[in-house]
Design a protein around this ligand. Structure first.
Ligand SMILES: Cc1cc2nc3c(=O)[nH]c(=O)nc-3n(C[C@H](O)[C@H](O)[C@H](O)COP(=O)(O)OP(=O)(O)OC[C@H]3O[C@@H](n4cnc5c(N)ncnc54)[C@H](O)[C@@H]3O)c2cc1C
Length: 207
C-alpha cells in the first residue's frame, strides 16, 4: 500500500465557483454564499463547477477497473501498449506488482497466499521478458499481466461526483485498496492550501 502515491494537482479557483453561484441570486460573488448554497443547502449541481485533478501512481490494475466504473469522471491511464517496455525495466517485483493487505488470513494460509501470488507474478514477468525479446508485441503481452500489476492514471472529477465516489468507496464493503486511495484523495484536499475551500465544503457536508 505504501507505494501508492496520490497527488491532488489542482482544483477550480474559488472565484470561478463563487461567480457561478452568485448568478441565480444576482448578488456579489462570495465564498460565504458558496458555502451556504453547496455546504448547507446541498445544491449539489453547483458543486459540479468544482473540478479536482488527481494523479494516482502504484495502484493495481484490479483497483483501476473499479476506479474506472465511475463514469462521471475523466481518466487517462498509463498505456501498456506504449509503456510496457519501460515498465519491464523495473526489476524490483514489489514495485511492479501490488501486494494487498492479507492480515486477516490465518498465518499458514497467508504464507500459501503470498507464495502462490509471488510464484504466478514471477512466471508472468519472466514470460513477458522472454517473449518481448522474441518480438512479441505489447498488445499480446498485456494479456499475461496479473491484475496485481501496478499502473498510473490521471483522474479529473467534479465535486458532486467525488462525493458520490467517497460515499461508495470509503464504505467498509468496498475493496480495501480503493478505500485506501479514496482516503488519500480526501487527505490531499485537506493537506493542500489551494484546496482549502473544498475542504471547508466537504467538512460542512460531513466529509
Ligand atoms: C461495495 C461495492 C461493490 C460493487 N460491486 C460491483 C459488482 O459486483 N459488479 C459491478 O458491476 N459493479 C460493482 N460495483 C460498482 C458499482 O455498481 C458502480 O458501477 C460504481 O460504484 C460507480 O458508481 P456510480 O454509477 O454511482 O458512479 P458514476 O458512474 O460516476 O455515476 C455517478 C452518478 O451519475 C448517475 N448516472 C451515471 N450514469 C447513469 C446512467 N446511465 N443512468 C442514470 N444515472 C446515471 C447516477 O446517479 C450515479 O450515481 C460495486 C461498487 C461498490 C462500492
Amino acid at each position: 500500500m505504501d507505494k501508492i502515491k496520490v497527488k491532488l494537482l489542482s482544483v477550480t479557483p474559488v472565484e470561478v465557483v463563487n461567480q457561478a453561484i452568485a448568478q441565480p441570486y444576482d448578488s456579489e460573488p462570495s465564498f460565504e454564499l458558496t458555502r451556504k448554497v453547496i455546504g448547507v443547502k446541498k445544491h449539489l449541481s453547483c458543486a459540479e463547477h468544482i473540478v479536482l485533478n488527481f494523479h494516482i501512481e502504484g495502484a493495481s490494475r484490479a483497483e483501476l477497473q473499479e476506479h474506472m466504473r465511475h463514469r462521471m469522471a475523466s481518466p487517462t491511464v498509463k498505456s501498456t501498449r506504449f509503456a510496457l517496455g519501460k515498465m519491464m525495466q523495473e526489476e524490483h517485483l514489489g514495485r511492479f506488482f501490488f501486494m494487498p493487505d492479507y492480515a486477516d488470513l490465518q498465518p499458514e494460509v497467508a504464507a500459501e497466499y503470498v507464495a502462490a501470488k509471488e510464484f504466478l507474478e514471477l512466471q508472468a514477468y519472466r514470460a513477458i521478458q522472454s517473449l518481448r525479446q522474441k518480438g512479441v508485441p505489447n498488445d499480446l503481452l498485456k494479456y499475461l499481466l496479473p491484475e496485481s500489476t501496478r499502473t498510473a492514471f490521471s483522474w479529473s472529477i467534479n465535486l458532486r461526483s467525488f462525493i458520490n465516489f467517497l460515499e461508495l468507496r470509503t464504505s467498509p464493503t468496498a475493496l480495501n485498496e480503493i478505500r485506501y486511495i479514496a482516503k488519500l484523495m480526501r487527505n490531499e484536499i485537506a493537506r493542500n492550501d489551494f484546496a482549502r475551500y473544498v475542504d471547508v465544503l466537504l467538512l460542512e457536508m460531513g466529509w
